[in-house]
Design a protein around this ligand. Structure first.
Ligand code: NAD
Length: 473
């Protein structure tokens, strides 16, 4: 783990709004110059990004600590190494993905036209990131944009301001700045960016801003990928192993102090197993944090005071009963992981996204009741977790929609680079990660080439039409 004291991070500085049009134009001109299309160029930029992250790993980790109190361990596994591993996966496979694909399952006559699908880069794209995984959610899509041959402008979250500055430093010093740029700032800067015409907007964040982005993009028919929030349900049936479920669900909430778009928003536990599950949660909590969470360097802080109060208000408003945790310290935006037993599916802890270290538990009589409750929440979950017998977890998977799902665990479905990550319904549209990131910024362009010698054969299609000609089709 790095020596933090050696790192200095410049104070946050917003980019001048007046400079935005010329930055965007430069990226567009570079794209039109064809420079970003050869595979050698893409690989070089990806490798430079890898080295930029490697050589600045200490600064990135220190910045995550500053912004979120994130432990170096979590910053490595879910930010720095996450992106570096994605770059390695992409560079290994890029040549294969970029190849033209022959049209599948075609009759012989069509094959004479050499039909194929090209993989054309979309152009100049805008990537807007969220604060909770400030590196992964900004550099992750960038890896896709570079691999697809696009130029890109990044707008990291201003809430994770230290990380935004380190990322800008990496892009400015390692990548080709005629093709890639970081614009730092908040609403004014993002609005100026949205006034530009893009070939794609890739947005990660909440539904409210996601709607603003989608409406703005619609004005110019700009395609969007939206990676939005989710009110994610977890199901624990009487046939689940309570110790295993407790440890895995607890990890799904302590990671980044619950500021994870795919962490469970609420857990429904069959009443028969509820006491055992709660007991195991208490045991696991002691094991993970023997001196408590506040004293542990492994437990993150809430991003800022506004979000501290948003989460605190959820606890103030709930009609549920706190059974574990509840400690807070506003001076350092600390909220302990808090388990709340709620009686009612209409409790605000279930219907609102906590995006923090709150773990509401609702006791249910059976799995049918749990499925009905999940489907009554007015949003499509980004993720879903289910513990129980194979038949039960399959039933949950079949009857409750979600962007992705991990059975018998938390998060794993989102960590495999050969699988797309994304939402469905209100939790988003489009996906990325590994090959999906390449696909997200690529246009699959169908094309054919008709040989001149076929003209006689093809003459049948020209007027004057006749019954005799029709019979030849
Ligand atoms: P947010 O929507 O507040 O901010 C995201 C980005 O939008 C930031 O870069 C911000 O500067 C910009 N923005 C904010 N207000 C804007 C406005 N009025 N106009 C234009 N741009 C604006 O989201 P957040 O608070 O950073 O993240 C939390 C939310 O994001 C949660 O709902 C969480 O579930 C979701 N999220 C989703 C994913 C995913 O992959 N699906 C990942 C992380 C977070």
């Amino acid at each position: 783990l790095p020596n933090m004291s050696a790192v200095s991070i410049p104070p946050f500085e917003a980019t001048a709004v007046e400079s935005i049009p010329s930055t965007v134009n430069l990226c567009k001109t570079t794209f039109r110059s064809q420079k970003t299309k050869p595979i050698e160029w893409r690989l070089q930029q990806l490798r430079k990004l890898w080295w930029g992250m490697d050589e600045n790993a200490d600064a990135l980790i220190e910045a995550c600590k500053k912004d979120l109190g994130k432990s170096a361990f979590e910053a490595y596994i879910s930010e720095v190494d996450w992106c570096k591993n994605d770059i390695i996966f992409v560079t290994k496979n890029l040549a294969k993905w970029m190849k033209d694909e022959p049209a599948p399952d075609i009759p012989l006559t069509n094959s004479l036209l050499k039909p194929k699908i090209r993989k054309d880069p979309l152009g100049t794209v805008l990537i807007i990131g969220a604060y909770n995984f400030p590196i992964q959610l900004t550099f992750g899509p960038l890896i896709g944009a570079i691999s697809a041959g696009c130029t890109a402008v990044l707008k990291p979250s201003e809430l994770a301001s230290a990380t935004a500055m380190v990322m800008k430093n990496i892009v400015d010093n390692y990548l080709d700045t005629s093709a890639y740029a970081v614009i730092n700032g908040a609403v004014a800067e993002t609005s100026a960016l949205l006034n530009e015409k893009w070939d794609k907007i890739f947005y990660t964040g909440g539904t409210v801003v996601g709607t603003i982005i989608a409406k703005k993009a619609a004005e110019t028919l700009t395609p969007v990928t939206l990676e939005l929030g989710g009110r994610n349900p977890a199901f624990i049936t009487k046939n689940a192993d309570p110790r295993l479920a407790a440890r895995r669900m607890l990890w799904g909430k302590i990671h980044n102090a619950g500021q994870v778009c795919i962490s469970q928003n609420y857990i429904m536990v069959e009443k028969e197993i509820l006491p055992a599950f709660i007991e195991q949660l208490q045991i696991a909590m002691k094991e993970f944090f023997p001196k408590g969470q506040k004293a542990s360097p492994d437990f993150s802080r809430i991003i800022n005071n506004r979000h501290f109060h948003r989460i605190k208000k959820m606890l103030d408003d709930t009609k549920g009963r706190i059974i574990i945790g509840g400690e807070m310290d506003e001076s350092e935006n600390f909220i302990e992981l808090t388990v709340v037993l709620v009686d009612d599916a209409s409790d605000s802890m279930i219907v609102d996204e906590s995006f923090g270290p709150l773990m509401p538990i609702l006791g249910v009589n059976d799995i049918e009741e749990a499925i009905k409750t999940a489907n009554s929440v007015d949003s499509t979950p980004l993720a879903l977790y289910a513990f129980g017998s194979k038949a039960e977890t399959s039933k949950v998977l079949n009857e409750v929609a979600s962007g992705g799902a991990s059975l018998n665990d938390a998060f794993f479905h989102a960590s495999i680079p050969t699988m797309p990550f994304g939402g469905v319904g209100t939790s988003g549209q489009g996906s990325y990660r590994g090959k999906s990131s390449f696909d997200t910024f690529t246009h699959r362009r169908s094309m054919t080439t008709t040989p001149g010698w076929m003209e006689k054969m093809l003459g049948v299609r020209y007027p004057p039409y006749s019954d005799a000609k029709l019979k030849q089709f």
